[in-house]
Design a protein around this ligand. Structure first.
Ligand code: MLT
Length: 256
């Protein structure tokens, strides 16, 4: 599938993959900050999100990874620093399994290498039923309170309201397709010890879904990797504390 994307700047190719149920628009704060470094920033919309339409029943992480590989082929990019946040991280792991030679670096944010537990899978199927009943509005009450950090809830009502709008605006079919895809994803923890490119982990300290301990564990299994914990941020660390987040990736990229 040919996915939509945007690109900015010249320099080291850097691909950032968005979280669920957002789109490439989630990288808006980073677009501005990354003007300060020499990067060719590539921001895809994964299947079903943003401008990439999909009516499939299931969109797997492997399919999304294949789309990103095809996009890199189209752009004639042999190697890139590739990173993703949460679902974007699951897709990054799937792409690493598919084609490790594509990577000149890895940025894994608020994500997990493990597949879903049975309980998580069940919860996804329950959420799918709710979306079938009441549309994407169901994403707001069932996910957002856990994703936004305490600091954001108490101090950044604008961001919270903006996320509510973005959740509500998600195509229900795309949300269902990705929820099924996430439920079916492979466990990627065996890849960690094989990673041999510079790797940065970024985790919001208040992330309740993919918590900082997960970040610490993955970091301890990737040789030479770095871990940056973002203060006063939950799951969407790049949106909740863009300055700290930007500084972490800019400092990482500047050293490559
Ligand atoms: C995301 O932020 O991409 C998703 O919430 C991840 C998930 O549900 O596992």
């Amino acid at each position: 599938m040919q996915i939509e994307y945007e690109e900015h700047g010249d320099g080291i190719p850097l691909v950032l993959l968005h979280a669920f149920p957002l789109s490439r628009r989630m990288w808006e704060p980073q677009k501005k900050a990354l003007e300060r470094v020499k990067v060719r920033l590539i921001l895809p919309d994964l299947r079903g999100f943003g401008e990439t339409k999909s009516t499939a029943d299931t969109n797997t992480m492997d399919e999304m990874a294949g789309d990103v590989a095809d996009l890199l082929d189209r752009l004639e990019i042999e190697k890139a620093i590739i990173g993703g946040l949460s679902m974007g991280g699951y897709v990054t792991f799937a792409l690493y399994r598919l084609d490790p030679g594509r990577f000149s670096g890895l940025i894994l944010c608020d994500t997990a290498c493990a597949a879903d537990t049975d309980e998580k899978r069940e919860n996804r199927f329950k959420l799918i039923k709710k979306i079938e009943g009441s549309g994407s509005q169901a994403l707001i009450e069932n996910m957002l309170p856990m994703l936004a950090g305490k600091y954001t809830k108490e101090n950044n009502p604008e961001l919270y309201a903006d996320l509510e709008q973005r959740f509500a605006g998600t195509d229900p079919q795309a949300a269902i397709g990705a929820l099924r895809g996430m439920a079916a994803r492979n466990d990627s923890c065996d890849l960690l010890s094989e990673i041999d490119v510079p790797t940065l982990f970024i985790f919001g300290e208040e992330d309740a879904l993919t918590d900082a301990d997960m970040g610490r564990k993955m970091h301890s299994r990737v040789n030479g990797s770095e871990l940056c914990l973002i203060r006063d941020a939950g799951h969407y660390s790049n949106l909740e504390q863009p300055e700290q987040f930007d500084q972490a990736i800019i400092s990482f990229i500047s050293r490559q």
